[in-house]
Design a protein around this ligand. Structure first.
Ligand code: GUN
Ligand code: ZN
Length: 446
């Protein structure tokens, strides 16, 4: 890894805290040490004192252009199927279960071919990084070697990620895409062991039963115990569509509800993130809160597959951790800016349907895309905002680039400009991306 000394930036920083969904801090100065940690973040009038303490020179400070450039924390995609990137933007004419059979299982089966996997995984990591996803929580496929290949690529590009080898021993609609129960556990163990040997600093494994309907109780039990004994992250899907709920109820008759299925198999922990949760009851949300488990809200997918609309206000009222996810390719965009926009649409549609509904502001949704995502993945001690002590995962936004998707007009405030970037901006406005203080976009030769 490259040698870096102290990096110092001055200008405008926009981030979220627990008490404030959006703080716009002008004339601030931020220092990042050689390990990528934020060591100071203060008003610029402290510059001289800081330069004495930290031994940096004025000429080494990177000065951001006022009203044009600002830093935001890296975006956290809490749910993305890297393998489904080869289907992105296609085949959204069906609902979840027939969509899985017709489009998704066939494409995932192709990842037996390592060359194919390498090509698509390279593209998805490049695409997400360029769009500001500094941390991704990936589903790969059932294939261990291809899943390890995804880890290699993520590390090589310098993205931060949780990567899951998918586990499933039931598939009645596409027979060739499933595993034997014992093999699924053994391969998960091999995946975790092999990844550990690589010693990648920011790529971690996540235990990944696809969803209850594609796993036997025995497989869920073994994965739950394995995760518990090794203190591993866990991801799956829950309560995404009504037909899925019905199937799950039939397969797991003796359980109280969908949440109870995962809970009883040791799969609902404070390191668990469950995608969707559209149809979770208040009772189930209370269990999520009690166990410290998180929900990944995937609004593009929920709309594209006609799954339903997640009531995020209710999730927040239950104090359940929540992040945003693109859910490629049930969701048709790999950009977290799109997830932010679809989350805004979802909360507004709910308010149209139910007058008096307390919709989320775009600021709250920005917090969910950054700090919320870090909490949902149990990484909030490390990332999520610009608190001193965290690692510097950040996007340098420039709202005045050639061919920008939007114009700037006189009289716009910093807040207007920030909102405009969220609603209209794209990767052209994301000039630089940093993960743990290292610049990873534009891509540098490795
Ligand atoms: N439930 C089980 N598998 C999947 C998947 O690949 N995508 C989505 N959206 N839901 C699922
Ligand atoms: Zn998914």
């Amino acid at each position: 890894s490259q040698e870096r000394s102290l990096q110092v930036f001055t200008g405008t920083f926009v981030h979220s805290t627990q008490v404030s969904p959006v703080q716009i801090l002008n004339d601030h100065i931020l220092g990042v040490d050689k390990n990528g940690k934020i060591v100071f973040f203060e008003a610029s009038d402290k510059e001289e004192k800081l330069s004495e303490t930290w031994h940096f020179n004025k000429k080494d400070i990177r000065v951001l252009q006022p009203m044009k450039e600002f830093f935001i924390p890296g975006l956290v995609d809490t749910h993305i199927h890297a393998s489904q990137y080869s289907n992105i933007g296609t085949g959204l004419d069906l609902t979840l279960l027939p969509w899985l059979t017709k489009y998704t299982f066939p494409v995932e089966a192709k990842y037996k071919d390592l060359k194919f996997a390498e090509d698509i995984y390279t593209k998805v990591v490049e695409r997400t990084l360029k769009n500001g996803t500094t941390t991704a929580c990936y589903f790969a496929t059932i294939h261990t070697d291809a899943s390890l290949k995804l880890c290699d690529i993520v590390d090589n590009y310098g993205q931060r990620a949780l990567v899951g080898k998918v586990c499933m021993d039931i598939n009645d609609t596409f027979h060739k895409y499933k595993e034997e129960t014992s093999h699924s556990l053994e391969e998960t163990q091999r995946f975790v062991t092999e990844l550990a040997k690589r010693k990648y600093p920011r790529v971690k494994p996540i235990v990944t039963p696809r969803f209850a309907a594609s796993c036997s109780s025995e497989l869920l039990k073994q994965l739950g115990l394995f995760a518990k004994h090794n203190n591993l992250h866990i991801q799956s899907h829950i309560s995404e569509t009504r037909p899925e709920l019905e199937i799950t109820k039939r397969l797991f008759e003796k359980y109280e509800n969908y949440t109870d299925v995962y809970y009883q198999h040791n799969l609902l922990t404070d390191k668990t993130v469950m995608a969707h949760g559209v149809y979770l009851s208040d009772e189930e949300l209370k269990v999520f809160h009690r166990e410290g488990a998180a929900i990944s809200h995937c609004p593009n997918s929920n709309i594209s597959l006609c799954s339903g609309l997640l009531d995020m206000r209710n999730v927040l009222k239950h104090q359940v951790k929540v992040g945003l996810g693109t859910d490629v390719s049930g969701g048709y965009s790999a950009s977290m800016l799109d997830a932010i926009r679809r989350a805004i649409d979802t909360t507004k549609i709910l308010s149209v349907q139910s007058p008096g509904y307390e919709k989320l502001s775009y600021k709250e949704i920005f917090r969910i895309a950054t700090l919320g995502g870090s909490q949902a993945l149990g990484l909030d001690k490390l990332i999520g905002n610009f608190e001193v002590g965290k690692e510097f995962d950040a996007l340098l936004i420039n709202v005045d680039v050639p061919n920008s998707a939007f114009e700037m007009f006189p009289g716009e405030t910093n807040e207007d400009i920030f909102q405009k970037f969220l609603l209209l901006g794209d990767d052209r406005n994301i000039e630089e991306v940093y993960v743990a203080g290292k610049q990873v976009v534009p891509f540098l030769e490795s």
